[in-house]
Design a protein around this ligand. Structure first.
Ligand code: ZN
Length: 712
């Protein structure tokens, strides 16, 4: 950050000056002092907000555990934590009291009552760095503390981190503490980070590498030290004189008198700003440093405890009794064998497996939860407080209506697209073609946007591989990633209807066209690695209980149109490519579904998909018709030669004609072929001289069928 904003160093220099001035009023006779300063007994009240960034894992911390933890952090900042009794004798007289009272806010930034805890469902809980600091409350009014499941690469190995006021002044959106959920109340993890928020360095100095070199933290009563690793809570660490021998400081007090303070000749390994797990104290000097940060306007710290802000945030008011927030999560499918996905949103209707809905209501002690479900489901009893399982006898989108009740009121959550009960009626099989010509064509191809964000599947009008102006699109272009969050870690699903593939032997392919680009991925913020988009194709023969990956496309292979830094849309046929996936024999059942799962990356741009066929030939080679009612054109779009592939009928007579859009016949051929054989007619580009759309008509045994050919 200093590299990006050299002004940070100026802020820090100003801070050191301020701290030195404040200490002058303090040190007259440091050793005999029992308080920081008789003139500095002001209590600072500070509003906090705790954000739970989660995906319904263990990181979905319970309200009561959060309230409990905040109470303990507050005790530490009043120097009242009982474990200071374990501080070794030489440091007892340096134990400080920061006189800071921490409070969960009772009024949110919009002026609504709150208990000071908010929850955000996000994939960023597992890929977290600064971008997981979601929906920050104004950092000059509240100290924000976020809990997550796991850090991303830029903070891998950390339990938590925070930034100094000097850095926060330059980058307010990063201000606050971000912490692994299991460190909520583990040792002094959060008080340590709040120490950084209030300008404390580690006792060994301004780096994250304890045990490497003697260092100092610009605080006199924490002797120089190398610092200790988390496992370093041993007698040899607690009495560690490596850097602290003969540690004296000379002071001139405000009236000019000299004094010498002989500080302990051993390290303060029990300091909250060391990395040991026997953190028990802040020193008096550290308290001066923290209180100085609070009296400074840098990063707005001096606004936190202003009378106006305390009124606006309700920081000193008691926690209000508020109605609950009704919420549930969709869990792994039950029954029908072991489900492969941790969350199951798609099952066939009446599936032997069941959907599982887990109650996640929060914000008050819940006394009852009522559920109602659409699609012919049973209504569970009102005692279904933890989770309910259900199956649906009517296919389609399922509406879940959940009401949570506490002593303070009720809250209802209605989701009309909670899960999807798929029809088992088959859409087709051998020879199936889906051109995505109209919105209605995807009416039984459900799309899920799991994190309800801009990265999602859509039906799209305005581009196509086959000239009908319709296709399916995944919007991965991330204009706002620079400000909010990289989508890397997100994923969204697009499901097919059921197909009957029973009895099909030999090679059998799912063929489709795709068109995609990527961005250069620059400017995504510090510490961000480039993650490219990928498409995963899965199949199920258990109606959605178990899925197996049968193919995938990623990286530069996926982004065939190359690097484009504006929102991508294919504008020419040459930007489409053919894809083929051989469907493994195990997935050729009477009821096979496919799933397209898109994983957007932080260098993503839009992905388009069109023209899906189930055929015994791979798209890049050729395609087969069944009986003249369908046939293949490959490649399509075409730029040079192209093939028309079909099976000769029982009469052995075939007529092939190609017309341009004005209706002019540009090609007409009649052929006698061996009945029942596969026929491939290789045609030259000169037949279709102009780029654009042509109509190809094949007549076999009196069956007439027409397909579009795109030429570029
Ligand atoms: Zn630290």
């Amino acid at each position: 950050m200093v590299k990006q904003h050299p002004e940070i160093l100026q802020y820090e220099a100003q801070f050191e000056q301020l701290i030195a001035n404040n200490l002058k009023h303090v040190v007259g006779s440091v050793g005999s002092k029992t308080t920081i300063s008789p003139s500095d007994t002001t209590l600072f009240d500070i509003p906090l907000v705790v954000h739970v960034v989660h995906d319904y894992g263990a990181e979905f911390l319970a309200d009561d555990d959060i309230y409990e933890a905040v109470k303990y952090w507050a005790v530490v900042f009043m120097g009242a934590n009982s474990d200071t009794s374990g501080v070794i004798a030489p440091f007892k007289k340096y134990i400080g009291n920061a006189r800071i009272r921490l409070h969960l806010a009772t009024i949110d930034p919009s002026g609504h009552p709150t208990k000071g805890v908010v929850r955000h469902r996000s994939y960023l809980t597992s890929n977290a760095d600064d971008q997981a600091k979601l929906e920050q409350w104004p950092q000059n009014k509240y100290i924000n503390v976020w809990f997550i499941r796991q850090f991303g690469a830029s903070a891998a190995g950390a339990a938590a981190y925070a930034i100094y006021p000097s850095s926060a002044a330059m980058d307010p959106a990063s201000d606050g503490v971000i912490c692994l959920y299991n460190y909520l109340n583990y040792d002094k993890c959060v008080p340590h980070e709040l120490g950084h928020v209030l300008n404390l360095q580690h006792v060994w100095g301004n780096n994250n590498s304890p045990g490497t070199a003697c260092g100092d933290d610009h605080v006199d009563d924490t002797p120089p030290t190398m610092g200790h690793s988390p496992s370093g809570c041993t007698a040899s660490a607690i009495y560690d004189a490596t850097c602290a021998g003969s540690y004296l400081k000379h002071y001139t007090n405000i009236s000019g008198a000299d004094s010498i303070e002989d500080y302990p000749d051993t390290t303060n390994a029990q300091n909250i700003m060391d990395y040991t797990y026997c953190q028990e104290m802040f020193t008096k000097g550290q308290c001066v440093r923290m209180r100085t940060a609070l009296t400074s306007a840098t990063a707005g710290r001096n606004n936190l405890y202003s009378a106006g802000n305390l009124a606006a945030t309700g920081a000193t008011a008691p926690m209000p009794d508020l109605p609950p927030v009704a919420e549930y999560s969709v869990e792994r499918a039950l029954g029908g064998g072991t489900a492969t996905d941790s969350r199951c949103y798609f099952l066939t209707f009446n599936n032997v497996g069941s959907f599982v809905f887990a109650n996640r209501s929060w914000n008050d002690t819940i006394t009852s939860v009522k559920w109602t479900f659409s699609n012919g489901a049973s209504t569970p009893t009102a005692s279904s407080m933890s989770s309910v399982t259900n199956k649906f006898s009517v296919p389609g989108w399922v509406t879940v209506n959940q009401t949570a009740t506490s002593n303070a009121g009720t809250n209802t959550y209605v989701n009309a697209r909670a899960v999807y009960a798929a029809d088992t009626a088959v859409a087709g099989g051998y020879g199936y073609a889906q051109n995505f010509s109209t919105l209605a064509s995807v009416s039984n191809w459900p799309m899920f946007n799991f994190f309800e964000n801009q990265y999602k599947w859509n039906y799209y009008t305005g581009a196509s591989a086959d000239g009908d102006n319709g296709c399916v699109m995944y919007r991965s272009f991330d204009t706002t990633a620079k400000i909010t969050a990289t989508p890397a870690g997100d994923h969204d699903d697009f499901y097919t209807p059921a197909f009957d593939l029973s009895g099909i032997t030999g090679n059998f392919y799912m063929n489709f066209n795709t068109s995609a680009a990527r961005t250069s991925g620059s400017g995504l913020g510090w510490g961000t690695t480039i993650v490219t988009d990928s498409l995963e194709i899965d199949a199920t023969t258990s109606g959605g209980v178990r899925w197996t990956k049968i193919g995938g496309i990623s990286g530069s292979s996926l982004s065939n149109a190359g690097t484009i830094n504006t929102e991508f849309k294919p504008t020419s046929a040459s930007q489409w490519v053919s894809r083929s996936i051989n469907i493994p024999a195990a997935y050729r059942t009477g009821n096979t579904f496919f799933r397209f799962r898109y994983w957007p990356g932080n260098a993503g741009n839009n992905f388009y998909m069109d023209n899906l066929h189930l055929m015994p030939f791979a798209a890049a080679v050729n395609e087969l018709s069944l009986d003249g009612s369908s046939f293949g054109i490959y490649p399509n779009p075409a730029s040079n030669q192209f093939s028309i592939v079909y099976t000769a009928g029982t009469e052995g007579f075939a007529r092939l004609s190609i017309k341009d859009l004005t209706g002019r016949v540009v090609y007409d051929s009649k052929k006698n072929c061996t009945p029942g054989t596969q026929v491939q007619e290789l045609l030259d580009r000169s037949i279709v001289p102009y780029a654009g759309l042509y109509l190809v008509t094949l007549i076999v045994d009196g069956h007439v069928s027409t397909q579009k050919l795109v030429v570029y």
